[in-house]
Design a binder for this molecule. Structure first.
Ligand SMILES: Cc1cc2nc3c(=O)[nH]c(=O)nc-3n(C[C@H](O)[C@H](O)[C@H](O)COP(=O)(O)OP(=O)(O)OC[C@H]3O[C@@H](n4cnc5c(N)ncnc54)[C@H](O)[C@@H]3O)c2cc1C
Length: 444
């Protein structure tokens, strides 16, 4: 048996907020010292931190400055990267099945493959859940991948350029964007779009009157925006959105999405040329009852406090695709850990330590979600949030510069986990310099 074949095989599927941090940490420790073979499988070639997608969509972030190439990351951090989408799992043979990878021209790059594992970590995230609402797949855009965000951005730029150059009067819905779902994604996108569309128009599209022609609306079925967050936060956010001129529809259940607008359950039709579905998430359908593992009604893999799946000690699940109990005894609400970047980050750190304990024959420790609060970035207008924790004894509403710094620190923590402090400091400096010399909004 070769030395490599004898090593413990750790396979991580999904290199998102959770998976790429885990692969990097395990590669830097076990991989570098030859204690285990660490393999990361992702259907994409590059990683972009998902909470940045609304900034790419609105045009306020240049994606290339924030993309991490999986192959390069694997080289520098002592793990293997293999491209392809997981399609199935054989628990008896301990193999993950991966589809062929096909390039943009339809050519097969890698064939269908199977990867053997001793420890498997599934971290394939979540996708939006349209709850079977008619017309969503045909007429609404989603913000699930960088490609979705870029497509949305191209559509909004083209819509403004078209409006500027057409001689006929604008149709009522032509520059109206309807965002369905006023969770963090929906309201962040609304605020960011409000600013970037105005900046775009200011770059010479002077036949468009931003205040009159461009309209952004958010549509929410619940009685308030940010329904999962504390009420004071919702009030502050709704006030700010309304002050900006964003139309806020609450208690508005969507019955159907049509080509030129959104039909509500009460019969109203809200005209919109661009419609974004940002309401609700579920784990990928592929996971539903996969290989006899326990899953819940939104396809998440049910895990124990150790983050191992309930029916297989060799399989862990982390991030949005895991249903991890959040018991009241641990400061939770009795349900499951919410699908957030901070949970993905914490779970990646926890599983890194647990895999090392497993290899050392030690018992695993329980994961405990620490809720540091929630932060919502309203572009350059404001950041609002609440801070949680023992130190302040409950929940504290924060706003403005302090909240902005806390919000930015979440991404910095992710960057630090991937690149270390020296590179992050240099990159931050370089971005600040470039930001001074380039337009603040992407125009293509
Ligand atoms: C627009 C937007 C804004 C957000 N803002 C915030 C925020 O401000 N704060 C916050 O805490 N959270 C936010 N979130 C949620 C946060 O992004 C997620 O909770 C977090 O990314 C989950 O991490 P993950 O690793 O589980 O999944 P992801 O980061 O989604 O990564 C999943 C990875 O799996 C890969 N993958 C998927 N299917 C397969 C397959 N079959 N085979 C191989 N690979 C696969 C994907 O390519 C991806 O790389 C936001 C989400 C969105 C969409």
């Amino acid at each position: 048996m070769s030395q490599s074949a004898a090593r413990h095989r750790i396979v991580i599927v999904g290199g998102g907020a959770a998976g790429i941090e885990l692969a990097t940490a395990l590669g830097d420790s076990l991989g570098r010292r030859g204690k285990a073979d660490v393999t990361l499988i992702d259907r994409m070639r590059t990683h972009v931190w998902k909470p940045k997608l609304h900034e790419i969509a609105a045009g306020s972030m240049d994606m290339s400055a924030h993309e991490v190439d999986y192959l390069a990351q694997s080289h520098w951090h002592h793990f293997r990267y293999r491209v392809g989408a997981m399609t199935g799992l054989d628990r008896e043979r301990r193999e993950v099945h991966v589809a062929p990878y096909i390039d943009d021209e339809g050519q097969e790059v890698t064939p269908q493959r199977a990867f053997g594992y001793d420890t498997l970590v599934i971290a394939i995230g979540s996708q939006s859940n349209d709850f079977g609402t008619p017309g969503v797949s045909e007429h609404a855009m989603k913000l699930e991948t960088p490609a979705d965000a870029q497509r949305f951005h191209a559509r909004i730029v083209n819509a403004c350029v078209r409006a500027h150059s057409q001689s006929a009067p604008l149709r009522p819905e032509q520059l109206h964007v309807a965002i369905i779902g006023a969770g963090a994604t929906g309201v962040e996108l609304a605020a960011e779009l409000h600013r970037t569309t105005r900046e775009m128009v200011a770059y010479g599209l002077d036949r468009v009157d931003a205040d009159k022609d461009i309209k952004v609306s958010v549509i929410e079925a619940a009685p308030r925006v940010l329904p999962a967050l504390p009420e004071r936060l919702s009030e502050a956010t709704e006030k700010l959105l309304r002050e900006l001129g964003v139309e806020v529809h609450i208690n508005a259940k969507v019955a159907e999405v049509q080509a030129g607008g959104v039909k509500l359950a009460d019969g109203r039709l809200l005209p919109a040329g661009l419609i974004v579905w940002a309401a609700g998430v579920k784990a990928p359908d592929l996971l539903k009852d996969i290989a006899g593992l326990e899953t819940n009604r939104i396809n998440q893999l049910v895990v124990r406090q150790t983050l191992q799946t309930t029916r297989d000690d060799d399989i862990f699940a982390i991030g949005d695709c895991a249903a991890c109990p959040w018991p009241q005894a641990n400061g939770g609400k009795g349900g499951f850990v919410p699908p957030r970047a901070q949970a993905a980050h914490q779970q990646a750190s926890h599983v890194t330590a647990q895999i090392k304990r497993r290899l050392a024959g030690k018992p695993l420790k329980d994961y405990r979600y620490r809720d540091f609060g929630s932060l919502v970035s309203l572009g350059e207008y404001s950041t609002v949030g609440n801070m949680m924790g023992g130190l302040i004894g409950g929940s504290l509403l924060i706003e403005g510069l302090f909240a902005r710094m806390m919000y930015l620190s979440l991404y910095k923590m992710h960057e630090l986990a991937l690149h270390g402090s020296a590179k992050v400091a240099l990159d931050t400096l370089a971005r600040l310099i470039v930001r001074r010399t380039e337009p603040h909004v992407k125009l293509h």
